[in-house]
Design a protein around this ligand. Structure first.
Ligand SMILES: [Zn+2]
Length: 252
C-alpha cells in the first residue's frame, strides 16, 4: 500500500503527495510549488512524477517551478488539454505505474473536456470531477458527459478512497440536505463534518461507499432525489435528474 499526504494550497485546494517507503514521491495537481517544495524538503523526498487531472491553473500552476527544480520529473496528464509541460500525455484506459502499483487513467469529461482521474491501490484521484457530496461545475462539457463520468467512478469498488482536489464538503452537504432533508445518514454525517471543520480538520479522503449515501449526484436513481426535482424536469431519466440537480446547485 502507498501512503498519501495532503498538502493544503490556496483557500481550499488539496495537493496530494503519494509516497513509498523509500522517500520517492509523486504529486497530484500541484497548483502551487511552494508548499510542495516545503513538504519535499521536510521529508527528504525525491520527486519522481507529477500527475495532472485537468488544465485549470489551480491544478498546474506549480508545475514549471517543480520541473525547474527536478528536471527529470515525469509529467503525466490528459492528452487533450492545453498543458505545455507534459512528458507523458495519457487518455482513458492508459496505465501509469507508480511504485509497482498500476494506476488506470479514467477519462471523466464534464468539468473540462479532457479531464482524467487516476485509480490504483484502491485510491481514486479525481481532481474536480467528483467531490465529497458534490461534483465539479460544467465549464466545458455537457451534463450527460459529467453524468457518465460520475457513473464510471461510482462503478469502482465501494472501499475506494476518494481523493478530490477541494475541501467543499460542508457547503456541498448543505445542498445535499436541501435535496434530501430527511436523509438520516446525511444529517448525521453533516454533524461529523461540521465538527471536523470546526477543528480545522480535513474531510478528505472520502470513500465511494460513503459518497453513494451522501452525494446527490450519485443518487439520481433514488426516489427522494427524483421527487426533489420533479417540478424541474420534463421526464425522469437519470440524466435529466442529474441535469436539474446540477443547475439547481449552480444557483444554490
Ligand atoms: Zn477545475
Amino acid at each position: 500500500m502507498l501512503s498519501v499526504k495532503s498538502i493544503p494550497a490556496f483557500n481550499d485546494n488539496y495537493i496530494w503527495l503519494i509516497h513509498n517507503n523509500h522517500n520517492h514521491c509523486v504529486v497530484v495537481d500541484p497548483g502551487d510549488a511552494t508548499p510542495v517544495l516545503e513538504c519535499i524538503k521536510e521529508h527528504d523526498f525525491i520527486l519522481d512524477a507529477i500527475l495532472i487531472t485537468h488544465h485549470h491553473h489551480d491544478h498546474i500552476g506549480g508545475v514549471p517551478e517543480l520541473v525547474r527544480q527536478f528536471p527529470n520529473v515525469n509529467v503525466v496528464g490528459p492528452e487533450n488539454e492545453p498543458i505545455p509541460t507534459l512528458t507523458h500525455p495519457v487518455g482513458d484506459g492508459d496505465f501509469v505505474e507508480l511504485f509497482d502499483e498500476q494506476f488506470m487513467v479514467l477519462g471523466v469529461p464534464g468539468h473540462t473536456n479532457g479531464h482524467v482521474a487516476y485509480i490504483g491501490d484502491e485510491k481514486l484521484f479525481c481532481g474536480d470531477a467528483l467531490f465529497s457530496a458534490g461534483c465539479g461545475r460544467l465549464f466545458e462539457g455537457t451534463a450527460e458527459q459529467m453524468f457518465n463520468s460520475l457513473q464510471k467512478m461510482a462503478a469502482l469498488p465501494d472501499e475506494t478512497e476518494v481523493y478530490c482536489a477541494h475541501e467543499y464538503t460542508a457547503s456541498n452537504l448543505a445542498f445535499a440536505l436541501a435535496v434530501e432533508p430527511d436523509n438520516d445518514y446525511l444529517l448525521r454525517y453533516r454533524e461529523k463534518v461540521l465538527h471536523l471543520r470546526a477543528h480545522g480538520k480535513s474531510t478528505i479522503p472520502s470513500t465511494l461507499q460513503r459518497e453513494k449515501l451522501i452525494n446527490p449526484f450519485l443518487r439520481t436513481s433514488e426516489a427522494n432525489v427524483k421527487k426533489s426535482v420533479a417540478s424541474k424536469v420534463q421526464d425522469s431519466t437519470e440524466v435529466e435528474i442529474f441535469t436539474a440537480l446540477r443547475r439547481w446547485k449552480d444557483e444554490f
